[in-house]
Design a binder for this molecule. Structure first.
Ligand code: IPE
Ligand code: IPE
Ligand code: MG
Length: 245
Protein backbone atom coordinates (compact mmCIF):
# COMPACT_ATOMS: atom_id res chain seq x y z
CA UNK A 1 0.00 0.00 0.00
CA UNK A 2 1.29 3.47 -0.84
CA UNK A 3 1.19 6.14 1.87
CA UNK A 4 -1.74 7.70 0.02
CA UNK A 5 -3.72 4.42 0.02
CA UNK A 6 -3.04 4.06 3.73
CA UNK A 7 -4.48 7.49 4.44
CA UNK A 8 -7.56 6.80 2.29
CA UNK A 9 -8.27 3.47 3.99
CA UNK A 10 -8.00 4.97 7.45
CA UNK A 11 -11.19 6.90 7.63
CA UNK A 12 -10.83 7.92 11.26
CA UNK A 13 -7.39 7.97 12.82
CA UNK A 14 -7.49 7.93 16.61
CA UNK A 15 -5.72 10.93 18.11
CA UNK A 16 -4.57 8.94 21.12
CA UNK A 17 -3.81 5.22 21.12
CA UNK A 18 -2.89 3.48 24.38
CA UNK A 19 -1.40 -0.01 24.37
CA UNK A 20 -1.18 -2.70 27.03
CA UNK A 21 1.90 -4.43 25.65
CA UNK A 22 1.15 -7.91 26.97
CA UNK A 23 2.32 -11.43 26.18
CA UNK A 24 6.12 -11.07 26.16
CA UNK A 25 6.51 -13.95 28.63
CA UNK A 26 4.29 -16.31 26.62
CA UNK A 27 6.00 -15.30 23.37
CA UNK A 28 9.33 -16.37 24.92
CA UNK A 29 7.93 -19.55 26.47
CA UNK A 30 6.56 -20.66 23.12
CA UNK A 31 10.11 -20.46 21.79
CA UNK A 32 11.76 -22.09 24.80
CA UNK A 33 13.44 -18.79 25.71
CA UNK A 34 13.68 -16.99 29.07
CA UNK A 35 11.01 -14.36 29.81
CA UNK A 36 13.54 -11.56 29.47
CA UNK A 37 14.13 -12.55 25.85
CA UNK A 38 10.43 -11.85 25.35
CA UNK A 39 10.77 -8.42 26.92
CA UNK A 40 13.73 -7.66 24.66
CA UNK A 41 11.76 -8.72 21.59
CA UNK A 42 8.93 -6.52 22.89
CA UNK A 43 11.13 -3.44 22.87
CA UNK A 44 12.25 -4.19 19.32
CA UNK A 45 8.62 -4.23 18.36
CA UNK A 46 7.98 -0.94 20.11
CA UNK A 47 10.25 0.74 17.62
CA UNK A 48 8.07 -0.56 14.78
CA UNK A 49 4.86 0.60 16.43
CA UNK A 50 6.26 4.07 17.15
CA UNK A 51 7.22 4.39 13.48
CA UNK A 52 3.79 3.19 12.41
CA UNK A 53 2.13 5.72 14.72
CA UNK A 54 4.02 8.51 13.00
CA UNK A 55 3.16 7.03 9.59
CA UNK A 56 -0.57 6.77 10.36
CA UNK A 57 -0.84 10.20 11.96
CA UNK A 58 -1.51 9.13 15.55
CA UNK A 59 -0.62 12.09 17.77
CA UNK A 60 -0.39 10.47 21.21
CA UNK A 61 0.82 6.95 21.95
CA UNK A 62 0.71 5.69 25.54
CA UNK A 63 2.50 2.44 26.29
CA UNK A 64 2.10 0.38 29.44
CA UNK A 65 5.59 -0.91 30.17
CA UNK A 66 5.54 -1.60 33.92
CA UNK A 67 2.62 -1.52 36.33
CA UNK A 68 2.59 -0.81 40.06
CA UNK A 69 1.67 -4.49 40.45
CA UNK A 70 4.65 -5.71 38.40
CA UNK A 71 6.92 -5.10 41.44
CA UNK A 72 5.56 -8.42 42.68
CA UNK A 73 7.42 -10.32 39.92
CA UNK A 74 10.70 -12.19 40.58
CA UNK A 75 13.57 -9.81 41.37
CA UNK A 76 15.54 -11.02 38.36
CA UNK A 77 12.74 -10.09 35.98
CA UNK A 78 12.26 -6.68 37.63
CA UNK A 79 15.96 -5.92 37.32
CA UNK A 80 15.91 -7.08 33.73
CA UNK A 81 13.01 -4.76 32.93
CA UNK A 82 14.75 -1.80 34.57
CA UNK A 83 17.90 -2.54 32.57
CA UNK A 84 15.92 -2.82 29.37
CA UNK A 85 14.39 0.62 29.96
CA UNK A 86 17.87 2.10 30.43
CA UNK A 87 19.16 0.34 27.30
CA UNK A 88 16.22 1.46 25.20
CA UNK A 89 16.70 5.09 26.21
CA UNK A 90 20.44 4.90 25.46
CA UNK A 91 19.87 3.23 22.11
CA UNK A 92 16.78 4.99 20.79
CA UNK A 93 16.67 8.48 22.27
CA UNK A 94 18.62 10.33 19.59
CA UNK A 95 16.62 8.83 16.78
CA UNK A 96 13.32 9.47 18.53
CA UNK A 97 14.38 13.07 19.09
CA UNK A 98 15.37 13.44 15.43
CA UNK A 99 12.01 12.08 14.37
CA UNK A 100 10.18 14.67 16.48
CA UNK A 101 8.94 12.38 19.24
CA UNK A 102 8.22 13.98 22.61
CA UNK A 103 8.75 11.56 25.49
CA UNK A 104 6.63 11.88 28.62
CA UNK A 105 6.48 9.66 31.65
CA UNK A 106 3.41 8.69 33.66
CA UNK A 107 3.68 6.97 37.02
CA UNK A 108 6.26 7.37 39.77
CA UNK A 109 9.98 7.48 39.18
CA UNK A 110 10.98 7.39 42.85
CA UNK A 111 11.26 3.59 43.10
CA UNK A 112 13.65 3.41 40.16
CA UNK A 113 17.44 3.48 40.60
CA UNK A 114 18.61 7.15 40.72
CA UNK A 115 20.63 6.85 37.50
CA UNK A 116 17.58 5.55 35.66
CA UNK A 117 15.39 8.32 37.09
CA UNK A 118 17.89 10.83 35.72
CA UNK A 119 17.97 9.13 32.34
CA UNK A 120 14.19 9.33 32.03
CA UNK A 121 14.07 12.95 33.20
CA UNK A 122 16.86 13.94 30.80
CA UNK A 123 15.05 12.26 27.91
CA UNK A 124 11.82 14.04 28.81
CA UNK A 125 13.61 17.36 28.98
CA UNK A 126 15.52 16.85 25.72
CA UNK A 127 12.38 16.07 23.75
CA UNK A 128 9.92 18.43 25.45
CA UNK A 129 9.41 20.72 22.44
CA UNK A 130 8.88 17.95 19.87
CA UNK A 131 5.41 17.82 18.37
CA UNK A 132 5.18 15.01 15.83
CA UNK A 133 4.18 12.33 18.32
CA UNK A 134 3.79 12.37 22.10
CA UNK A 135 5.03 9.07 23.50
CA UNK A 136 3.73 8.57 27.00
CA UNK A 137 5.70 5.94 28.85
CA UNK A 138 3.70 4.32 31.66
CA UNK A 139 6.39 2.89 33.89
CA UNK A 140 5.63 2.14 37.53
CA UNK A 141 2.15 3.32 36.63
CA UNK A 142 -1.13 2.31 38.24
CA UNK A 143 -4.52 3.89 37.59
CA UNK A 144 -5.69 3.66 41.19
CA UNK A 145 -2.43 5.09 42.45
CA UNK A 146 -2.80 7.97 39.98
CA UNK A 147 -6.32 8.77 41.19
CA UNK A 148 -5.29 8.60 44.86
CA UNK A 149 -2.39 10.99 44.15
CA UNK A 150 -4.76 13.36 42.36
CA UNK A 151 -7.19 13.30 45.31
CA UNK A 152 -4.39 14.03 47.74
CA UNK A 153 -3.16 16.96 45.64
CA UNK A 154 -6.67 18.35 45.31
CA UNK A 155 -7.12 18.22 49.09
CA UNK A 156 -3.67 19.72 49.70
CA UNK A 157 -4.52 22.57 47.32
CA UNK A 158 -7.53 23.35 49.54
CA UNK A 159 -10.01 23.07 46.67
CA UNK A 160 -13.61 23.22 47.97
CA UNK A 161 -15.67 20.05 47.40
CA UNK A 162 -18.15 21.69 45.03
CA UNK A 163 -15.30 22.75 42.73
CA UNK A 164 -14.21 19.13 42.22
CA UNK A 165 -15.44 18.15 38.74
CA UNK A 166 -14.34 15.51 36.23
CA UNK A 167 -12.44 18.21 34.33
CA UNK A 168 -10.63 19.30 37.47
CA UNK A 169 -9.70 15.72 38.39
CA UNK A 170 -8.25 15.24 34.88
CA UNK A 171 -5.98 18.21 35.50
CA UNK A 172 -4.49 16.50 38.54
CA UNK A 173 -3.65 13.23 36.78
CA UNK A 174 -0.24 12.32 35.36
CA UNK A 175 -1.78 12.71 31.91
CA UNK A 176 -2.65 16.40 32.34
CA UNK A 177 -2.83 18.04 28.92
CA UNK A 178 -3.16 14.73 27.06
CA UNK A 179 -6.56 13.95 25.51
CA UNK A 180 -8.25 10.76 26.74
CA UNK A 181 -7.33 7.66 24.71
CA UNK A 182 -9.62 7.04 21.75
CA UNK A 183 -8.43 3.47 21.39
CA UNK A 184 -6.92 1.06 23.90
CA UNK A 185 -5.22 -1.99 22.43
CA UNK A 186 -4.37 -5.06 24.49
CA UNK A 187 -2.25 -7.79 22.97
CA UNK A 188 -2.15 -11.46 24.01
CA UNK A 189 -5.88 -11.92 24.34
CA UNK A 190 -6.39 -10.93 27.98
CA UNK A 191 -9.67 -9.14 28.49
CA UNK A 192 -8.97 -6.97 31.49
CA UNK A 193 -7.91 -3.43 32.24
CA UNK A 194 -5.07 -4.31 34.69
CA UNK A 195 -5.15 -0.88 36.35
CA UNK A 196 -4.41 1.00 33.11
CA UNK A 197 -5.85 4.48 32.52
CA UNK A 198 -8.97 3.63 34.49
CA UNK A 199 -10.10 7.27 34.62
CA UNK A 200 -9.03 8.34 31.14
CA UNK A 201 -10.36 5.17 29.47
CA UNK A 202 -13.98 5.76 30.54
CA UNK A 203 -15.08 6.04 26.90
CA UNK A 204 -12.20 4.52 25.00
CA UNK A 205 -12.81 1.93 22.32
CA UNK A 206 -11.10 -1.40 23.04
CA UNK A 207 -9.29 -3.65 20.60
CA UNK A 208 -8.06 -6.99 21.89
CA UNK A 209 -5.98 -9.31 19.77
CA UNK A 210 -4.58 -12.78 20.59
CA UNK A 211 -1.24 -11.75 19.03
CA UNK A 212 1.58 -11.50 21.57
CA UNK A 213 3.17 -8.07 21.84
CA UNK A 214 6.49 -8.91 20.11
CA UNK A 215 4.50 -10.02 17.02
CA UNK A 216 2.12 -7.04 16.97
CA UNK A 217 3.72 -5.36 13.97
CA UNK A 218 2.81 -2.45 11.71
CA UNK A 219 0.20 -4.46 9.79
CA UNK A 220 -1.51 -5.65 12.97
CA UNK A 221 -1.52 -2.07 14.22
CA UNK A 222 -2.98 -0.96 10.93
CA UNK A 223 -5.77 -3.56 11.26
CA UNK A 224 -6.60 -2.20 14.70
CA UNK A 225 -6.89 1.32 13.30
CA UNK A 226 -9.11 0.15 10.43
CA UNK A 227 -11.34 -1.61 12.98
CA UNK A 228 -11.49 1.58 15.03
CA UNK A 229 -12.58 3.44 11.91
CA UNK A 230 -15.75 1.33 11.80
CA UNK A 231 -16.79 1.99 15.36
CA UNK A 232 -19.75 4.17 16.19
CA UNK A 233 -18.80 5.93 19.40
CA UNK A 234 -22.06 6.72 21.10
CA UNK A 235 -21.04 8.07 24.51
CA UNK A 236 -24.37 6.95 25.96
CA UNK A 237 -26.41 8.60 23.20
CA UNK A 238 -28.20 6.98 20.25
CA UNK A 239 -26.49 5.77 17.06
CA UNK A 240 -25.13 8.63 15.00
CA UNK A 241 -27.32 7.65 12.01
CA UNK A 242 -30.41 7.55 14.24
CA UNK A 243 -30.89 3.76 13.86
CA UNK A 244 -31.75 1.66 16.89
CA UNK A 245 -29.50 -1.31 16.12
C1 IPE B 1 4.01 -7.74 29.30
O1 IPE B 1 4.31 -9.06 29.10
C2 IPE B 1 5.17 -6.93 29.80
C3 IPE B 1 5.11 -6.57 31.24
C4 IPE B 1 4.08 -6.76 32.02
C5 IPE B 1 6.29 -5.96 31.79
P1 IPE B 1 4.20 -10.12 30.25
O2 IPE B 1 5.51 -10.22 30.96
O3 IPE B 1 3.05 -9.81 31.15
O4 IPE B 1 3.93 -11.44 29.44
P2 IPE B 1 2.94 -12.62 29.82
O5 IPE B 1 1.60 -12.02 30.10
O6 IPE B 1 3.52 -13.27 31.05
O7 IPE B 1 2.96 -13.51 28.63
C1 IPE C 1 -0.24 -5.37 32.38
O1 IPE C 1 0.15 -6.65 32.07
C2 IPE C 1 0.96 -4.52 32.65
C3 IPE C 1 1.81 -4.23 31.51
C4 IPE C 1 1.64 -4.61 30.29
C5 IPE C 1 2.95 -3.42 31.81
P1 IPE C 1 0.24 -7.79 33.19
O2 IPE C 1 0.67 -9.01 32.51
O3 IPE C 1 1.08 -7.32 34.34
O4 IPE C 1 -1.27 -7.87 33.70
P2 IPE C 1 -2.08 -9.08 34.30
O5 IPE C 1 -1.28 -9.62 35.45
O6 IPE C 1 -2.25 -10.08 33.22
O7 IPE C 1 -3.39 -8.50 34.72
MG1 MG D 1 1.10 -10.32 31.10
Amino acid sequence: MTPKDVKTALTKVPTHVAIIMDGNGRWAKKRGLPRLAGHKAGTENLRRVIRASVEFGVKYLTIYAFSTENWGRPQEEIEGLLNILAEVIDRELNELHREGVQLRHIGHLDRLPPTLQEKVLDAVELTQNNTRLVLNLAFNYGGRDEIVCAMRDIIRAGIPAEKVTPELVSEYLFTVGVPDPDLIIRTSGEMRVSNFLIWQGAYSEWYITPTFWPDFDRDEFYKALVDFGHRDRRYGLVASDGSID
